[in-house]
Design a protein around this ligand. Structure first.
Ligand SMILES: Cc1ncc(COP(=O)(O)O)c(C=O)c1O
Length: 389
């Protein structure tokens, strides 16, 4: 029989039951934990004992959430954060020194791009960008000071795909760390560690929560690297709250079924929109028209829930389309049960200059659709009436 451990582990990987024999993991909403005596306290702080001390360091609920993501991604260890951006910032801050250099895809999430271009140079950490559709440029950007290759796949919001196996090979050849933001795919669809990633990051706010309720972030991968990130975070304080960790761990129990349905809906909608006379361009990884369709098929189980479209008439018609939407939500989030329509140029990526937006794959008329779990016919009906309005 086929091994279907993903779903089972997501549900059965659970904290030990307390003396109350509860079926569902309780919430450990506590800032600190008590010690038996002075010796217990001393040994806990020197890490001779592995136990919870203070929820900025660890907490049973965050540990349960992290251990699920570790298992799903095939990682060694992990650490959870208050947001995806806290995960991204803390990972780089923990692993890099002044003078180090990053080689990143130019198409990355807006705040990540801002981190690289606006803040890291303050600490003498520079970033060189490669075009996601030209990974052949990467090796020419590598310097003696390069430490990390960074990419998202699929990208936000252009839904571009990069060959993770190729990135893994380049990183290995040059002795560099490969860090992948796997937020759009989720570990159900793609596990970058299999292709050579050293660390995998997530905004757990998206499909991991999946219901638009809480913010969260997580990094998993090599235990020696996670140890550095943990020590940095233990002292700087970007920890995930136990309440949010409890929500996220519960959400992971249904990740597989939710993602299956999100992707089924998204593929049907992408096929519909591809033929729609008002849509001038469309990108969805599992449409044969996607420029990296073959790579997507090689490394992804399903196409994800994000579709990027251009409406005929560019920005003006795109805005008309957004204003005519009735059921779907105009919101900046994605990966929710509710279908969300966003205009990245004026929202999530608005801090980028027009040139940076274009380099990130954002044209003025680009619309990002995060396909939800409403009935697919209702989503299509709303998109169609808005396109025809
Ligand atoms: C690909 C990607 N990475 C990181 C983030 C940041 O996550 P958060 O909003 O949880 O800080 C986002 C948010 O949209 C994202 O889409």
């Amino acid at each position: 029989m086929e091994d279907n451990k993903f779903e089972t582990d997501a549900i059965r990987n659970q904290l030990e039951r307390s003396q109350f024999q509860e079926h569902s993991t309780p919430m450990y909403v506590t800032s600190s934990f008590v010690f038996e005596d002075a010796e217990d306290m001393r040994a806990s702080f020197t890490e001779e004992k592995e136990r919870n001390i203070y929820s900025r360091f660890s907490n049973p609920n965050t540990s349960e959430f992290v251990s699920k993501v570790v298992q799903m991604e095939g990682a060694e260890d992990g650490y959870a954060f208050a947001t995806g951006m806290a995960a991204i910032f803390s990972t780089f801050a923990a692993l890099l020194n002044s003078g180090d250099h990053i080689v990143s895809a130019s198409s990355v999430f807006g705040s990540t791009h801002t981190l690289f271009t606006k803040y890291f140079p303050k600490w003498n950490i520079e970033t060189s960008y490669f075009d996601i559709n030209h990974p052949d440029e990467i090796e020419s950007l590598v310097q003696l000071s390069t430490k990390i290759i960074y990419a998202e796949s699929p990208t936000n919001p252009g839904v571009d795909i990069i060959d993770l196996e190729l990135l893994g090979t380049i990183a290995k050849k040059h002795g560099l760390l490969l860090i992948i933001d796997n937020c759009f795919a989720t570990p159900y669809i793609q596990q970058p560690i299999k292709f050579g990633a050293d660390l995998v990051l997530h905004s757990a706010t998206k499909l991991m929560d999946g219901q638009g309720r809480v913010l969260g972030g997580v990094v998993v991968g090599r235990s020696d690297l996670v140890r550095e990130i943990y020590l940095f975070s233990r002292n700087t304080g970007p920890a995930l709250s136990p309440f949010n960790a409890w929500i996220l761990s519960k959400s992971l129990e249904t990740l597989a079924v939710r993602v299956e349905k999100h992707c089924e809906n998204a593929l049907k909608i992408a096929e519909y929109l591809e033929k729609h006379p008002k849509v001038s361009a469309i990108k969805y990884p599992f449409l044969t028209s996607h420029p990296q369709y073959n790579i997507a098929k090689k490394q992804m189980l399903l196409g994800g829930n994000i579709i990027a479209i251009e409406v005929h008439g560019g920005l003006i018609e795109g805005r008309k389309f957004l204003n005519a939407i009735r059921m779907c939500s105009l919101s900046a989030n994605l990966g929710d049960t509710r279908t969300i329509v966003t205009h990245p140029a004026s929202t999530t990526h608005s801090k980028l200059t027009p040139e940076e937006q274009l380099a990130t794959g954002i044209t003025p008329g680009l619309v990002r659709i995060s396909v939800g779990l409403e009935h697919v016919n209702d989503i299509i009906k709303d998109l169609n009436q808005a396109l025809n309005s």
